[in-house]
Structure formats: C-alpha cells, structure tokens
Design a protein around this ligand. Structure first.
Ligand code: SF4
Length: 494
C-alpha cells in the first residue's frame, strides 16, 4: 500500500501526461479519420452502446417525472442567456465577492496564461504533488501536463480519471470519463498499474471500487494542494459550486491547505438563487438522478475550516470570441450535463476520443471549433461530425439548438476555406457543380452522361465504389444505381 501522500514514484501519477499526449494526437486528426479505430472496435461499440442506452433511459424517465420540466428548461435557458448577456458585470461582481471572502481571483486570457498562473501558485506552496479533481476546464488549460513538466506530480482524484490515466487515454465522456471501458478491462488496468491492487482482484464492480478507494484515500490524506473545476460560479455571493457523483471533488475541497479552482468565464450565474433551477435540471438530464449526490459550494476561506488559501482562475480561452457570435454564443449556455452525448448516434458509435481531449460529443462538436477556431483540419471537421438528427436539441436542458449551431459553423468552415489561395478539392467540385447546374442544357447533358457512367460502375443495381473524391461517399455506404431514364426524360416523352 502506498504511504499517505507519497504515492508510487510515478508510473501512475504521471500517466495523465501520456494520456494528454494521446489526446493531442487524436485532436490533430480529422474526426472521420480519428473515428476509424473506434468504428472497427466491436467491444468498444458494445460497451458504449449499452452504457449510453442506460444513461439515456434513466434521463428520459427522470425528465418525465416533474410536471413542469418544460418550464424548468425554459427558465434554465433564460437564466443562462441573461448571465451571458451581462457577463462583464457579473464577472466584476464575482471578483468583488470572492476577494471580499478572502479568496484571490486571477484572470487568464488563454490556456498558456492559466498554466503560468497555476504552476506559479503551486510552486509558491512548495508542494511536489497536487490532487486534481475531475474537470474538463483543467484539461482544456493543459494543466496536468504543465504541472508534470514543472516537476509537480499530478494525482487524479476521480475514479474515472484514474482509469483513463492508467489506460493512457483521454476521458471519453463528460460525466463518466471511463464509460467506454467494461469491467474486465478496468480489472486488467488495475492489475497492471494500480499500486496495492490485490492479485486476486475480481471484476466485480464493488471489488474494483474498493481497490480504487483504498488507493485514492491515501492520496487525499496527504495532499497539500488541490486543483478543481467548478460547475457554476454565483456572482452575488462569490460561491463556487462543484457537482459530482463520487465525492472525490469534495475531498479535494476540504483536506488540502491550498485550493485552486479553474473555471471558464461562462460558468458565472448572476445569483446564488439561480442555482435552484440549474441544480434541478443538471442531475435529471445528466444521469437521471433527482438530485446530484454531491453538491459542494465554497465561498472564499474560513479560519479553522477548509483550505487556508483559495485561488479562482477565470479562463477566457476563446469564450469572448464565441460570445461575439450571435448564433454560436448559445453554446455557452451549456451546463455540461452530457445529455446530448447519450442520445447522439455518432457519439454512440465513436466514443469521445475523436472529438479531442476536452469536450466529447455534440457539445464538443459545437464548442471546440468556437473556442479554438476552425483553422486546423481537425477542429474544422467537428461541425460535420453530426447527422443533424436533432436528438441533442430535444434533450438539452438549457434548450441549445445544437444542430442549428453546427450548420452555422459548417458555413464558417466553408467561408474560411474560400479565402485560401489554393481552393480545396471540395470547393473545386462544388464550383463545377454550380457551373453545371447554372444552365439547363449543361445540366441535362451532365445527367445523361453521369447516368451512363454510373450504370457502368454498378453491379446488381448498387454502386459499391465511386472514383476520386466521390469515393469518400462509398467508403462507408453503397449507392443505388440511377434508373436508365431520368424523370425529366420520362415526363418529356409523355
Ligand atoms: S449542450 Fe446541452 S445537453 Fe449537451 S452537455 Fe451542454 S447542456 Fe447538456
């Protein structure tokens, strides 16, 4: 068993950095290419399919319970919009309230500044290791890697983060980071890398949780510094709120002497009382619970109780840019409930990896390109990682019209490509089509010739492989051969 606070030297603790590297590699790849390994992995698809179906059913049952669910959703939407519309005022109130309660507020324009601030704060304490509560914002800022490079050992405090750290991969789900792993795989990972895991460990969930608990408890008792995220920040009281099902975040809030909370500026709500609505919406949409098992709220510091130092790092990192986009800004309403992931037919088949390391599923497809821009091919591919079926918008507790935002972002991607000196093959193809369809005679000729070629390519009434760029379509599906006579032909001869 590991000595309190010491931990192993440090295959496990530093495992989060390779995980970050794997995630960065997948982020550098277009979604369709990054998704290929997952699509070929039947075990992964089976595990994911069963897990999201269970979450989906629980959430649907929980949403059907309150008679005023639709009114609650509308209230959530209005409240998040009001917060975003007056964000600068609320942020200033928040800073005053946090400072008045004995905390310190730091402003980070981007991830690099957040890393500089947090590494500096940890160094100032002299601690050689930090506890890290599960947080997408902490990952977004690249803090685990930055701290590891600064010689600080980062110890993930959450069970899901522990599992994905052992697997050297990125979390695949917002609320259940290891959703893509079945219990036999978790047992193998624990036997391979979890210090103190008994050799006869079974794959019974209670045994696995027990082994993880024994390991994590040791970490909590010796920690001097913790880094967390926050689900919400109440501007009027300066209160940060963390919601979780496992309680590991609460251990991070209460035991270490220094608490560093990193949160996006979009997490602000004007008033503590706004949480009445949001804390009803979040658990039902997320996991189908009537109440989140652990809701922790902290305001500054209190002598003799909890951390002696509290630092709040407010991260922009593209949020101001997203806010300036009249259509895209609705994405900032997101309360990270995961409901859209659980109903998305694309996420169900690919898991979270292909979306990049921070935000998986539809929320990642609409937010990552806004926060990071669409210059890279990987980010530009995300708005296209959707069937636009609308299931996500139907379940979103704050009524974000995700398909509308994705369509808007697709337009942004196309516009950004138009400005390139050398047009993309897709743009050349589209210009050719526009030219052909711009004249009735050209169009008729193209249809006649195209039909002839397509019928030559077909076998048994189906075309299995189209040439050139069109081959991307037949990579994943076949196409029915066109009829010998077009409708226009048929109609013209009547
Ligand atoms: S976009 Fe809506 S459904 Fe998806 S995580 Fe955010 S709040 Fe939940």
């Amino acid at each position: 068993m590991t000595a309190p606070g010491a931990g192993p030297p440090d295959a496990l603790a530093s495992a989060i950095a390779p995980g970050e590297a794997a995630a960065a590699a997948s982020r550098a790849t277009r979604f369709a290419d990054a998704a290929r390994p997952a699509l070929a992995d039947t075990r992964l698809r089976r595990t994911l399919g069963a897990a999201v179906a269970a979450e989906r059913d629980r959430a649907a049952a929980a949403a059907a319970e309150p008679a005023d669910w639709e009114e609650l959703r509308e209230a959530g939407r209005a409240l998040r919009d009001a917060a975003l519309l007056d964000l600068d005022t609320h942020l200033e109130s928040l800073e005053r309230a946090v400072t008045g309660a004995g905390g310190t507020v730091h402003w980070a324009a981007d991830a690099a500044e957040a890393r500089r601030i947090v590494v500096g704060l940890v160094r100032a304490t002299g601690a050689r290791d930090v506890l890290q509560a599960p947080s997408a914002t902490v990952r977004e800022a690249g803090l685990p890697g930055a701290l590891a490079r600064a010689g600080v050992t980062v110890r993930p405090a959450g069970l899901g983060d522990l599992i994905v750290g052992l697997g050297e991969e990125a979390p695949s789900h917002l609320s259940s980071p290891a959703l893509h792993r079945d219990r036999a795989q978790v047992r193998e990972l624990f036997l391979r890398g979890l210090p103190g895991a008994p050799a006869d460990l079974s794959d019974d969930p209670a045994d696995l949780a027990g082994a993880a608990r024994a390991h994590l408890r040791d970490r909590f008792t010796g920690a001097r510094v913790a880094v967390t995220g926050a689900a919400f920040l109440a501007a009027d009281t300066g209160t940060a709120v963390l919601t979780e099902s496992g309680g590991e975040g609460r251990m991070c809030l209460t035991l270490p002497g220094t608490l560093i909370t990193v949160a996006g500026i979009d997490k602000v709500v004007p008033s503590w009382t706004d949480l009445e609505v949001l804390l009803q919406l979040l658990p039902r949409a997320s996991s189908g619970d009537r109440m989140t098992p652990y809701v922790s709220a902290w305001t500054g510091v209190h002598p003799g109780d909890g951390p002696r130092e509290f630092h709040l790092v407010l991260l922009d990192n593209g949020r101001t840019r997203a806010l300036a986009d009249e259509v895209g800004r609705a994405a900032l309403r997101c309360i990270r409930c995961s409901a859209c992931l659980n109903v998305c037919p694309v996420y169900e088949r690919t898991g979270g990896g292909p979306y990049g390391p921070v935000l998986p599923g539809p929320v990642g497809a609409m937010l990552t390109p806004q926060l990071r821009g669409v210059e890279s091919a990987a980010n530009a591919s995300l708005p296209f990682a959707s069937t636009l079926c609308g299931a996500c918008a139907d379940v979103c507790p704050v009524k974000i019209d995700i398909p509308a935002i994705l369509v808007h972002l697709r337009g942004t991607v196309v516009e950004s490509r138009r400005a390139r000196p050398v047009p993309t093959p897709e743009l050349v193809l589209m210009r050719g089509l526009a030219w052909t369809m711009g004249d009735a005679r050209r169009y008729r000729l193209a249809v006649r010739r195209g039909t002839r070629w397509a019928r030559l390519l077909s076998r048994g009434g189906r075309i299995r492989r189209l040439p050139g760029l069109l081959g991307k379509w037949t990579d994943a599906r076949d196409v029915p051969a066109p009829p010998a006579r077009s409708f226009r032909d048929w109609q013209g001869r009547r």
